[in-house]
Design a binder for this molecule. Structure first.
Ligand SMILES: CCCC/C=C/CC(=O)SCCNC(=O)CCNC(=O)[C@H](O)C(C)(C)COP(=O)(O)OP(=O)(O)OC[C@H]1O[C@@H](n2cnc3c(N)ncnc32)[C@H](O)[C@@H]1OP(=O)(O)O
Length: 316
């Protein structure tokens, strides 16, 4: 069949997966599939990793590893060679994973990163993939995707915890204001270089950051692009607690496993009580930020900064 268009993410991923098999005979493909499913059903019942091809009614992910164990669904960014930069497909996958986690039987959902980075933010190559409608159409589609992406965090119904294993940049920092707890390694840093990129804040940070840390500190981060250490981010209320990197994983997961045994309905309802009054406001902020960014993406400031990065002339 002809290759689906770039924005037909699911069919394109399927097409690429089939294409990668080359001239594999149908019978061999069938047998491989049966072997894979058999190996999955015989694996431990308490721990399930979602793998491509698993016939369990679960989603397949190319850029995430999603596991469910001990009442915790863990969504791990998995593009370590790109510092977990969020590609267009990855935005879609994160939304799908969060929607699935909101309905599964876990009590807590955790987001973390694989490798030395938590996440380097938006993949700057996303803007090189221009649809037939041109750059205006691209900016419009990106604004819609951004609004949906951030909206999924605003509406997430269960306790949502970020386990920040390393540096975090851009949108991976701003959405932390929508998490219920943020645990960070002392190796982590928090950086929103929007002005350097000709951009403006997203992820509701224009509202949550001044509220969390006060307008003056929010200005330093969101306008002047000041990079915070984990300790500074904790002092300013963006991070719940910082752990030494050497014991980070052990300490955080021990704690999360204990929290996951708390009554799930009570935790959900407490989150609703804490957050629901703000939801309408957050959706309005999200819509406004996305619409402002739609314009910014077309500005010379933004186009030049993106081209400088992609042509290896600039890094953060
Ligand atoms: C539709 C929604 C839009 C929402 C808008 C969001 C706004 C943001 O998120 S703004 C933030 C955007 N992010 C950045 O500007 C970070 C750019 N990256 C860097 O400055 C550096 O890569 C970084 C400091 C993160 C790491 O530096 P190093 O430790 O020196 O590693 P490398 O630069 O060698 O990285 C390895 C490899 O990954 C590529 N990479 C990393 N981050 C990104 C990214 N965000 N987008 C695209 N590519 C990225 C990097 O280019 C390297 O590639 P190769 O050179 O091909 O190996």
């Amino acid at each position: 069949m002809p290759k689906p268009g770039v924005f037909d993410f699911i069919n394109k991923a399927k097409w690429d997966a089939w294409n990668a098999l080359g001239s594999l005979p149908k019978e061999t493909a069938r047998q491989n599939y049966v072997d894979l499913v058999s190996s999955l059903t015989s694996s431990s019942e308490s721990s399930t990793q979602v793998k491509p091809g698993a016939d369990r009614g679960q989603q397949e992910y190319e850029n995430l590893v999603v596991t469910s164990e001990d009442g915790i669904t863990k969504i791990m960014f998995n593009r370590p060679t790109r510092k977990n930069a969020i590609s267009t497909q990855m935005y879609q996958e994160i939304m799908l994973a969060l929607k699935a986690a909101s309905k599964d039987d876990s009590t807590i959902t955790v987001v973390t990163g694989n490798g030395d980075y938590y996440c380097s933010g938006n993949d700057l190559a996303n803007f090189t993939d221009i649809p037939p409608g041109g750059v205006e159409e691209k900016a419009k589609q990106s604004a819609i995707m951004l609004r949906d992406f951030v909206g999924t965090f605003i509406d997430f119904p269960k306790p949502l915890v970020a386990v920040v294993n390393g540096p975090a940049v851009g949108i991976s920092v701003t959405i932390l204001g929508l998490f219920d707890a943020v645990y960070a390694s002392d190796r982590a840093t928090f950086h929103t270089p929007f002005s350097h990129l000709g951009l403006s804040p997203e992820g509701c940070a224009s509202y949550t950051f001044p509220k969390i840390m006060g307008p003056a500190k929010a200005t330093e981060m969101l306008i002047f692009g000041k990079k915070l250490t984990a300790g500074e981010a904790c002092a300013q209320g963006l991070v719940t607690e910082v752990f030494p990197d050497s014991t980070f994983q052990k300490e955080v997961w021990t704690r999360l496993k204990a929290y996951s045994k708390l009554p799930p309905n009570s935790m959900r309802i407490s989150k609703q009580v804490i957050r629901n009054m703000e939801k309408e406001k957050l959706h309005a902020v999200n819509a406004e930020e996305s619409s402002v960014l739609q314009e910014r993406w077309l500005s010379d400031e933004c186009i030049n900064a993106t081209m400088n990065f992609l042509s290896k002339k600039a890094k953060l």
